[in-house]
Design a protein around this ligand. Structure first.
Ligand SMILES: [Zn+2]
Length: 260
């Protein structure tokens, strides 16, 4: 029983075969998928997809403003986020994805920090975890979480930080999202981290349609590649994949406050 903690299944690139894909996911043992939001204009589309799909796969969601789409976000969207979350929308399990991305062109760091801080406070106010997108800004995100005394935890998706930064996020109650990057030979630091840190610190993700694993480069990624990530982790840790699958699925459910 696998949980893809991060997949953009609402993107139009899945419109023509989403149902068939979900059937295959269920057959492959992927019974839960979380869909994080990117921009205000897509929140409604995302929400209409949530719940139990006819295939049997449970689709959960997060609402938030992704730092990569910085230019699309307006202050009104933060107020709307707070109002929407206050109405306890069904199947929404987190705020996200949000975070800091200092790799994008024209990153406008002060604006990114302002949007992140507002979303941290909304998550804290409603007792929800965060799904974080962080590129070249791990220390800044951790320090903002500490400054705002955020205690609800969450996931740092597509983990790419140092050991020290990982420890800082563990202290803050966060787990590390492990996806397609793990399958590349060049990802030496990540390979070492998934072996050295206890399993309780990880969750699985695909970030589909992005972040294709090795061998699928330049093609659409799907949640089915979760299996390849799991197998790679199993090989690196020399540990049974079923044991890893169960623990990481439980970790994801714990973070999202879902019953195991
Ligand atoms: Zn994402």
């Amino acid at each position: 029983m696998l949980f893809d903690s991060h997949c953009h299944l609402d993107f139009p690139v899945f419109d023509h075969d989403r149902d068939q894909l979900l059937e295959k996911c269920y057959q492959a043992g992927i019974h839960h998928i979380c869909l994080p939001a990117t921009e205000r204009k897509h929140w409604n589309r995302l929400q209409t997809m949530l719940g139990e799909h006819p295939s049997g796969v449970h689709l959960w969601g997060a609402l938030g403003l992704h730092p990569y789409f910085l230019k699309s976000h307006q202050d009104d969207h933060l107020a709307e986020l707070d109002t929407m979350i206050a109405s306890h929308p069904e199947h929404i399990v987190a705020i996200g994805e949000t975070g800091l991305d200092f790799v994008i062109d024209d990153p406008d760091q002060p604006r990114q920090k302002e949007l992140l801080a507002a979303q941290i406070l909304i998550a804290a106010h409603h007792g929800l975890p965060l799904i974080l997108h962080v590129r070249k800004a791990h220390d800044q995100v951790a320090s903002l979480l500490r400054k705002l005394k955020f205690r609800e935890g969450g996931i740092v998706h597509a983990w790419s930080g140092s050991d020290q930064q990982a420890e800082a996020f563990f202290q803050l109650g966060f787990k590390l999202g492990i996806g397609g990057n793990l399958t590349y030979d060049r990802a030496k630091r990540l390979h070492r981290q998934v072996v050295n840190f206890p399993l309780e610190h990880f969750v699985l993700e695909t970030d589909a349609p992005d972040m294709p694993p090795a061998g699928l480069t330049n093609r659409r990624n799907t949640p089915l590649t979760l299996i390849a990530v799991l197998e790679k982790m199993s090989a690196l840790r020399e540990q049974n994949s079923l044991v890893i699958a169960r623990q990481l699925s439980d970790n994801t459910k714990d973070i999202f406050r879902l019953s195991r």
